[in-house]
Design a protein around this ligand. Structure first.
Ligand SMILES: Cc1ncc(COP(=O)(O)O)c(C=O)c1O
Length: 409
């Protein structure tokens, strides 16, 4: 029987290794990489530790469970032996099925080599940005918008260039034109997180014209595409002919199918860009979960039934949240056209980070508007992807906190 490892190792290692410093001094000497320092210095993304009794209206995930047929497909896939590495670009059948969906949305052909399966949209966005952006490149980010984009640009060594959206949170094309000159990438989010704005067809068309006269590629994050209210027609960036050769589309199974914990998303775009992003994604993440990708096939085939059924509830929650928020003195909010957030304005003269801290102390978690860019100041974001009872209690607490604040202008 071989000797136990711990008895053999010390004499072998002793002569080969320099004397070990104590763990305390090794830790004291640790300096994080420049990338970590860049993100730490600029990121406004909060991390939440659970607090007993806190009502959270801060999270960005549906409160519904993943539809049973998707769960059963994952279990069946495990039993069928889908427990091995897959193709680094993603399960071939899943990529074919996604290519069909993308082709239908785009109204143009799409093939497997234009699809990369990713660890949720987060890893897709990271791979796309790292594949396109070189250190020092300017990346135009209309804001307020999802705060991950700027952090990913910082990680890549790029320079985020924030361009304020118009007061109605639609694109300010006059401001975008000069910003795009010499830019490497433009990052868009429609339906908007946190704004809830859905870009109109004419807006996309004008943007297509603008971008065609610039060197910029376009990353279009459409994570909330299935959640659009009130008859607003949803237009995908995939449909814009002028953008066809330079648009990378990021999508996720997280929101539509309530699959946040599964980590499944994809990129679609011109094959050379998708291939470059694939190299980054493989380097960072390895291959995707085999059985999760099989369940993804079922989600594409059968998951839309539940997604449609949930829409009714989302619409009711949206109306309820708006009514209750607007009843608070000094708070105003426009109805979101898509997604499941209300981005509310407030008049009280305190920064949004302080407001969010006061809300936590008052027993309710919301997100500070400033997290989403400079123009987000004076706003806070709530998610209505939770029960009416939770919304009633949470917005009640928000109202109590505002009652303690100076009124503002
Ligand atoms: C606009 C947007 N894109 C992407 C993501 C990330 O999605 P995933 O869970 O697929 O990483 C989120 C999550 O909140 C989001 O709001």
């Amino acid at each position: 029987m071989p000797a136990p490892l711990r008895a053999v190792c010390p004499p072998l290692w002793c002569g080969l290794m320099p004397p070990l410093k104590s763990p305390a001094s090794a830790l004291a000497a640790f300096v994080p990489s420049a990338a970590v320092e860049r993100i730490a210095k600029t990121s406004l993304r909060p991390s939440f530790a659970p607090i007993p009794g806190l009502i959270s209206l801060a999270a960005g995930e549906p409160d519904f469970d993943t539809p049973l047929e998707i769960v059963e497909a994952a279990v069946a896939a495990l039993h069928a032996g889908h427990t091995h590495y897959t193709d680094p670009e993603g399960d071939a059948q899943l990529r074919d099925a996604i290519a069909e969906v993308v082709a239908q949305t785009a109204g143009a052909a799409c093939t497997r080599n234009q699809i990369l399966v990713t660890h949720g949209a987060s890893a897709g966005l990271a791979a796309a940005i790292a594949a396109i952006v070189n250190p020092g490149d300017r990346v135009v980010i209309p804001e307020p918008t999802y705060s991950l984009y700027a952090d990913l640009v910082q990680l890549a060594g790029g320079v985020p260039v924030f361009v304020a959206l118009r007061p109605d949170f639609h694109l300010d094309l006059d401001a975008l034109e000069p910003a795009l000159a010499g830019a490497r990438l433009l990052v868009l989010c429609s339906p908007g997180n946190p704004t809830g704005v859905v870009y109109r067809a004419d807006e996309w068309a004008q943007l297509g014209e603008l971008v065609a006269h610039s060197p910029a590629y376009v990353l279009s994050d459409e994570a909330y595409h299935s959640l659009v209210y009130g008859g607003t027609p949803f237009v995908s960036g995939l449909q814009i002919d002028a953008l066809r050769e330079r648009l990378i589309y990021a999508q996720t199974f997280s929101k539509k199918y309530a699959m946040t914990g599964w980590r499944l998303g994809y990129l679609a775009g011109p094959a050379p860009i998708v291939k470059a992003a694939g190299l980054i994604h493989r380097t960072f993440n390895g291959t995707n979960n085999a059985f999760v990708q099989r369940a993804g096939l079922t989600a594409l085939r059968d998951g839309s039934r539940d997604a449609h059924a949930w829409m009714e509830q989302f619409a009711a929650r949206r109306a309820f949240a708006l009514e209750r928020l607007r009843a608070i003195a000094g708070v105003s909010a426009d109805p979101p056209e898509g997604g499941f957030y209300v981005f509310a304005r407030y008049a009280a003269p305190i920064p949004s980070a302080e407001l969010a801290a006061r809300m936590i102390a008052g027993g309710v978690a919301v997100r500070a508007g400033r997290e989403y860019g400079p123009s987000g100041e004076g706003h806070f974001r709530i998610s209505f992807a939770t029960s009416i009872a939770n919304l009633a209690a949470g917005i009640g607490r928000i109202s109590d906190v505002f009652a303690t604040l100076p009124a503002g202008v």
